[in-house]
Write a protein that binds this ligand. Structure first.
Ligand code: CUA
Length: 306
């Protein structure tokens, strides 16, 4: 029961003329907007149509690694530069806070573009065009597209994804012929073409130095360098220099405690970064997609940073 009930016959009363006009007008606006949606989909300059598949960060990063290895022609600031054949699949991986690899595509050729994220939601925005996609982990976002103008394009992240969000800039270069590559500082030479197919002799176990060298590569390729310095300077995360063997104050389950930085703690911090977070650092790291061998290599590298 309302405090001030309306008159009993309010429902039967005729609506006023100007009220009727507004109803007609708003229905008309709805209809026009609805039609416009369909018209714009066909005639407007819209994002290319896409298909989405289920994947996992681990599966997607393996596909990316294989793709990068096969078609790599160089490296740009630690990120592989990859030139896939026209008409094929292309992989682009988003991760805090970078896009990998740098892609070299041919103008007027169709590509099957796969995009996914390794950690959290990022936004793919191709500059200076009007292409925008959400990039989720666990979804392989596939779109068919044909670059129609040569030049260098930047991939900007347009979803806030943490303190390094603004540094998350990738690159796609569209060329008409391979002779233009020099202009961008790249070459057309595939790096891994001579790799023997399969049956290599079993590798000897790596020495501590070799492991550390592998770890140093992973430090760049896994983008650890986005948050951890190796020279003692403070970034988003603690520096790796001199950290091995030290005792750190950490927050575990909301209370302060101390840990010794050893193999076990490093492994835990890579796989479940926020379990024991070093005090006064933000919980911005995501669990990493990484193998046990890679963890060993990174640990050896950290150990070597005295
Ligand atoms: Cu990735 Cu913002």
């Amino acid at each position: 029961m309302a405090l001030l009930p309306p008159a009993a016959d309010w429902y039967e009363k005729k609506i006023a003329k100007d009220e009727k006009m507004w109803i007609v007008l708003s229905v008309l606006v709805c209809l026009i907007m609805f039609a416009w949606m369909i018209i714009w989909h066909v005639y407007g300059k819209q994002n290319p149509s896409s298909v989405t598949y289920r994947t996992t960060p681990r599966e997607f990063s393996q596909l990316c690694d294989a793709f990068n290895k096969k078609y790599q022609v160089g490296e740009d600031q630690g990120i592989p530069v990859v030139m896939p054949p026209a008409g094929g699949d292309v992989f682009l991986m988003a991760q805090m806070w970078r896009w990998s690899p740098v892609l070299i595509l041919k103008k007027d050729q169709w590509y099957n573009f796969h995009i996914s994220s390794l950690d959290l939601l990022h936004g793919f925005s191709l500059q200076p065009t009007n292409m925008n996609f959400m990039v989720y982990p666990n979804y392989d976002y596939v779109l068919k597209f044909k670059p129609n103008a040569a030049g260098e394009y930047k991939v900007i992240c347009n979803e806030f994804c943490g303190v390094g969000h603004h540094t998350m800039i990738g690159k796609i270069v569209v060329i008409e012929s391979e002779s233009e590559l020099g202009k961008y500082g790249y070459s057309a030479q595939y790096i891994n073409t001579s790799a023997p197919p399969g049956n290599e002799p079993p590798a000897a176990p790596l020495t501590e130095e070799e492991l550390a060298a592998k770890g140093a590569e992973l430090y760049k390729s896994k983008a650890c360098n986005a948050c951890h310095s190796v020279d003692g300077s403070k970034l988003v995360g603690p520096t790796w220099q001199g950290v091995y063997g030290s005792t750190e104050k950490v927050m575990a389950d909301g209370s302060e405690t101390e840990v010794q930085v050893n193999d076990e703690y490093i492994r835990e911090s890579i796989l479940t970064p926020n379990a024991k977070l070093v005090k006064d650092y933000p919980a911005s790291m995501q669990p990493q997609v990484i193998s046990e061998d890679e963890i060993k290599a990174i640990t050896a590298y950290i150990k070597s940073l005295k």
